[in-house]
Design a binder for this molecule. Structure first.
Ligand code: PMP
Length: 454
């Protein structure tokens, strides 16, 4: 039963005390927010007792559903032992076990990387990767590797280093005076090609542009950073087959490091454990977060190879140490949750069970593409975007102010599905554990929402 007084109090306190992320708070104050009090499987419940299908996995983190018994228990067990102890000068049992497990996972995925550096969110895993790559070259005695190459439409997090390698004007432009200079290559966004070409006749000219930059400036570039296969926050932009491999080859050819930011794509999202596996690409550094704990707790890792790790070894006085570390680095409860999450992948054959759901999603996307206001549909695994357009023929986008994505999300919410759009792109990203029945229910609502609003 909903408690009207309780609701009123919570709402007032929310409006008075919380500044919500990526939210215009003036607007927030004028609308009735949903306040979540409980969750189970793929559903979240608000304080009024309404259940919603969690269509975006609580911001792309949830993997095996909410209240997953094995993860709940692993956390409770760990709390009975120790909740937090630092990795600065000490170690802890779950952090050791998880690093060992990740090394095996990397090996099984075909990557020769095995050294785990812990932090606590996607942005910090990227900061760590950038600093690691930068300092690696210093230790190798190579001077001048002072910048990075990243992509237009890239999103690597909200801290200033991550914003520097970001490429989404709406989020990043304001902060330009605070950012370090980077080189930007075109986004492999075939629906709106920056080079005004068409795939496949373009022969991936965007890679050629990347090569032009590397040819000229590689001596000042520490690494290329990329979201493999899917530029997620940029609008679920899926790169054409071979693009990622092409980037790896260019990094090798021009002797720059490759950082794969798999914060969004990692842990099964794309249908394989990691997106890089699809094109048999091994990055020099990989950033992982979000799904690592099954969507329970903040944790991230930056995993690298021995070549980079060994470059930091030396005598105490040499100051080759990697001077970086956060208070909650390697938190034992989060590591215990991550271990339980990885065990479920094996025990429940999560990736195998995912394949028919990916197929179902693909079929539905084909149907959705035929709708008048849908310009493009993109997906890799259980990660999809539906791009809405004002004019399908000319590809004229809706204006940001039209809030078309929000209108559709609101419609879906009224019909029991929680969505969070990226501008004009509707994101479809439920927990990997969603049942086929629930996935179908969700897609029916998405389709009805689009036709209800267009
Ligand atoms: N990298 C990528 C590819 C992401 O999608 C995100 C978050 N959406 C981040 C980094 C930042 O992660 P966090 O929000 O945990 O800082």
């Amino acid at each position: 039963m909903s408690d009207i007084n309780n609701r009123k109090k919570l709402l007032e306190a929310d409006r008075k005390f919380i500044w919500h992320p990526f939210t215009q708070m003036k607007e927030w104050a004028e609308t009735e927010p949903v306040i979540i009090s409980e969750a189970r499987d793929c559903f979240i419940k608000d304080i009024d007792g309404r259940w919603y299908l969690d269509g975006v996995s609580s911001i792309w983190v949830n993997i095996h559903g909410h209240r997953k018994k094995e993860i709940d228990e692993a956390i409770k067990e760990q709390v009975d032992k120790v909740s937090h102890s630092t990795l600065l000068g000490l170690s802890n049992v779950p952090a050791i076990k998880l690093a060992e497990r990740l090394a095996k996972l990397m090996h099984d995925s075909g990557f020769n990387i095995s050294k785990t550096f812990y932090s606590d969110n996607g942005s910090t895993s990227v900061e760590v990767a950038l600093k690691m790559a930068f300092q690696y070259w210093i230790h190798k005695g190579v001077k001048g590797r002072n910048t990075f190459l990243s992509l237009n439409n890239a999103y690597h997090g909200d801290t200033l280093g991550a914003v520097s390698v970001g490429g989404i004007d709406i989020f990043h432009k304001t902060f330009k005076p605070l950012l370090f200079k980077t080189y930007k290559a075109p986004s492999p966004y075939c629906y709106r090609c920056e080079l005004k070409l068409s795939y496949p006749s373009c022969k991936m000219a965007c890679l050629k542009k990347m090569e032009d930059i590397l040819k000229k400036y590689s001596s000042s570039i520490a690494a290329v950073i990329i979201e493999p296969l899917v530029q997620a926050a940029g609008g679920m932009i899926v790169s054409p087959e071979g693009y990622l491999k092409g980037v790896r080859d260019l990094c090798t050819k021009y002797n720059v490091l490759m950082i794969a930011d798999e914060v969004a794509t990692g842990f099964g999202r794309t249908g394989k454990m990691f997106a890089c596996e699809h094109e048999k690409v091994t990055p020099d550094i990989i950033c992982l977060s979000k799904g690592i704990t099954g969507g329970y707790l903040p944790l991230s890792v930056t995993v690298t190879n021995n070549e980079i790790y060994n470059a930091f070894l030396g005598e105490f006085k040499d100051l080759k140490t990697f001077f970086h570390g956060h208070s909650y680095t390697g938190n034992p409860i989060a590591c215990a949750a991550a271990l339980a999450c990885l065990e479920i992948f094996e025990k429940e054959e999560t990736l195998k069970k995912l394949q028919p759901k990916i197929q179902m999603l693909k079929e539905w996307l084909k149907e959705i593409l035929s709708m008048p206001s849908v310009g493009d549909v993109r997906n890799k695994g259980l990660m999809a975007g539906v791009e809405l357009v004002e004019n399908k023929k000319t590809k004229k986008p809706y204006q940001w102010e039209d809030k078309i994505g929000w209108k559709i999300a609101n419609y879906a919410r009224e019909n029991g599905v929680f969505l969070r759009p990226l501008g004009n792109v509707i994101v479809i990203m439920p927990p990997l554990s969603i049942s086929e029945v629930n996935l179908e229910q969700m897609l029916v609502v998405v389709k009805n929402a689009i036709s209800g609003v267009q």
